[in-house]
Design a protein. Structure first.
Length: 368
């Protein structure tokens, strides 16, 4: 009986300790009564089905203040240059954005002038690239301005990101960097004249800028920050796992670097972190990941958003997208694997712990 009593006492103490620990865990990481930034997702679907698209827009409607439509892979150059009919695939995509507009939610429209590998102009819908000497060629500028103007008038976004991850061109095709800057400066001026109330930005990849390893890293940083600080707000694309940053300290160092160099309101136009181990042989890439680490990254980002009053944070995909990934063409399938486990929901729709953190902060009243 003595040993039974001791065992009972131990179990009671252990149970109390566990209960106390659980209570500590339940204390919010986000203690403010209100939040000073908006929260959202892109409309990237987890599967190539109508049901997946419907589910994605429904999820966004229930979990965001703002959401993002991305037109990031192709530009109908020939149609704009020759004043011919727009490709059906393009108008279908635009009509989807219009017809699925979510009432009561701010809309960010992101448009890319760069190819998916960020080393050339985005291709046309037939896969061709228009001839050019420099990105700043008059024909390129006129076509891209027509493209953006059409999208603005048709989709009517609340924010426009008119160039995506532009700093990557400095890394992958340095010879065209000056031309891109000149082009985007002209585009910015023309859009501001035509649509003065529309906030404008260009995004850059923080993980490719901070600790870039380039021989002219300081010049690179100065070039990019001087350029993006001319916009109305600064848009950041940040996937820390690309640099194998997987600790709060490393994430914070990158964010501190950002805060030290930006003079305009900050948005995270796309971000995410892996929730499982990642191995991609084609890129000689291997990194351990976990749901806990993903949650820690999200919490770190949201706390910085609050402290520095970001305009908004967009988590790229709300749910893992294995079924969509299966439809990728062979040349992009390895690249697409990097983000496969970055959803706050698993492929089967069940929740990850990071989603609990998201909900906890989203339920706070938003006050800029």
């Amino acid at each position: 009986m003595k040993y039974a009593s001791i065992l009972l006492l131990f179990l009671v103490m252990f149970s109390c300790k566990k209960e106390k620990e659980t209570k500590v865990e339940e204390i919010s990481f986000f203690t403010d009564d209100t939040r000073h930034f908006q929260m959202g997702f892109t409309t990237w679907p987890y599967a190539p089905t109508l049901q997946a698209v419907n589910d994605t827009y429904s999820f966004i409607g229930a979990n965001t203040d703002v959401y993002e439509e991305m037109l990031s892979q192709k530009v109908p150059w020939q149609a704009w240059m020759n004043n011919t009919a727009l490709p059906q695939a393009f108008t279908d995509e635009v009509n989807r954005c219009v017809n699925r507009r979510i009432p009561g939610k701010k809309l960010v429209l992101s448009v890319s002038i760069l190819s998916i590998f960020r080393d050339d102009l985005a291709p046309d819908y037939d896969g061709s690239t228009p001839p050019y000497t420099s990105f700043s060629d008059t024909a390129i500028e006129e076509a891209y301005y027509k493209h953006l103007s059409y999208l603005i008038q048709t989709i009517q976004p609340d924010y426009l990101i008119y160039g995506m991850e532009i700093n990557e061109l400095y890394v992958h095709n340095r010879s065209q960097w000056e031309g891109l800057k000149l082009l985007m400066n002209h585009i910015r001026q023309r859009i501001k004249t035509a649509y003065p109330d529309l906030p404008l930005s260009e995004s850059f990849t923080l993980h490719a800028l901070y600790q870039s390893g380039l021989s002219d890293a300081t010049d690179y940083e100065q070039e990019v920050f001087e350029h993006v600080n001319q916009d109305d707000f600064v848009s950041v694309s940040f996937y820390p796992f690309f640099k194998k940053w997987n600790t709060r300290e490393e994430w914070q160092q990158a964010l501190d670097f950002l805060h030290a160099h930006v003079q305009k309101p900050i948005v995270f136009s796309e971000t995410g972190h892996i929730s499982a181990d990642l191995q991609i042989q084609a890129y000689n890439f291997s990194l351990n990941g976990s749901e806990t680490e993903q949650n820690e990254f999200l919490q770190t980002l949201l706390l910085n958003a609050q402290q520095h009053s970001y305009e908004f944070v967009i988590w790229w995909t709300h749910r893992d997208y294995y079924q969509t990934w299966l439809t990728f063409p062979p040349e992009t399938r390895d690249l697409g694997r990097f983000w496969l486990t970055t959803g706050l929901l698993k492929d089967d729709g069940s929740y990850r712990e990071a989603y609990d953190s998201w909900k906890e902060v989203y339920k706070k009243n938003y006050r800029p």
